[in-house]
Design a binder for this molecule. Sequence first.
Ligand SMILES: *Cc1c(COP(=O)(O)O)cnc(C)c1O
Length: 405
Amino acid sequence: MSDKMNLTRAQFDEVMVPNYAPAAIIPVRGEGSRVWDQQGNEYIDFAGGIAVNCLGHCHPALVEALKTQGEKLWHLSNVMTNEPALELATRLVNATFAERVYFANSGAEANEAALKLARRYALDNYGEDKTEIIAFDKAFHGRTFFTVSVGGQAAYSDGFGPKPQAITHLPYNDVAALEAAVSDKTCAIMLEPLQGEGGIINATPEFLKAVRALADKHNALVIFDEVQTGVGRTGELYAYMGTDVVPDILTTAKALGGGFPIAAMLTTAKIAAHLKVGTHGSTYGGNPLACAIGNAVMKVVNTPEVLDGVKRREQLLRDGLNRINDKYHVFSEIRGAGLLLGAVLNEKYQGRSRDFLNASVAEGLLSLMAGANVVRFAPSLVIPEADIAEGLERFERAVAKVAAA
Ligand SMILES: *Cc1c(COP(=O)(O)O)cnc(C)c1O
């Protein structure tokens, strides 16, 4: 029946809850870093489904994993364990600081688990006064009520009634503010090692070191939200690996499934011990189908070829954006790391990232915003270099149009 339906963008407004405002086009097929819409128009993908499609669209290794596991076993629930989950947990433990893994289905759920674990750990070890979560302005941690309250954008968390308590927000990268705020009541400091949705804001090394040192001094846990930066995005398997700091809890989602929903919370054995049987859970978390795809992603991404390739591609993309800027003078800065880059609009173009996004779509390029003043790029980690070059040509045409308007 659905084959015969004439499905259009206009129907979105008739059948969907209006919390999204999707683009005018409806993509129907993707291959590598190219996508085609209903009319057969082709686009180069510098958006990667918001840093999710780390191996582009329909990567053969992921399609193979989906088909193979899809004919074997989809779901059991956590009443039983399963081989793909055990394999993926082992891969994550072997590749990181972590000794224990909890699987979830989305970034918000992994963060929810991290926050609940931190609170329980503090309660068990230090009593009921140690509940304060320190988080940062502009942070994004997901849309459940706890995670959105820890996130640093009031526009996302206000208007839903009483919020979870004992959450303090500080300016990001402000060591003095952090020193003044952390106390023995602090249970955890939660941050993205590079803020994504908030505008592609790099953490300074001094700030990350201060987070670790102050947390240690006050027996607080450090939670790194690597939902966007994880799984090769910055050219390291996890962004913390490119810093001097190791977190106590790390969350990963987005790219972990390359487009299939899966997330994980990683931690040490000592901390994990506080999520005892029955304290937390998820029906789908760690399901065999999702984990089989996660294993396929990890096998491809956690290799020197792919990770070194991210740094090479970053340079191509940065050089191209700088060349465009030399000509059109629209950006004040290109920031970020690896293939998570933000072109920051200068004074003259404040508030207009959506105009650049729309102009790009018209030229056959998918990109992202990170707030009203930053154009964000998060292409596939294995995007062909020719697609980077052609995508930059299309972006230049889009920039020329916005600049001329
Ligand atoms: C996307 C994102 C989340 C939320 O992930 P969902 O899968 O949408 O729940 C959390 N934290 C960061 C840093 C993100 O980029």
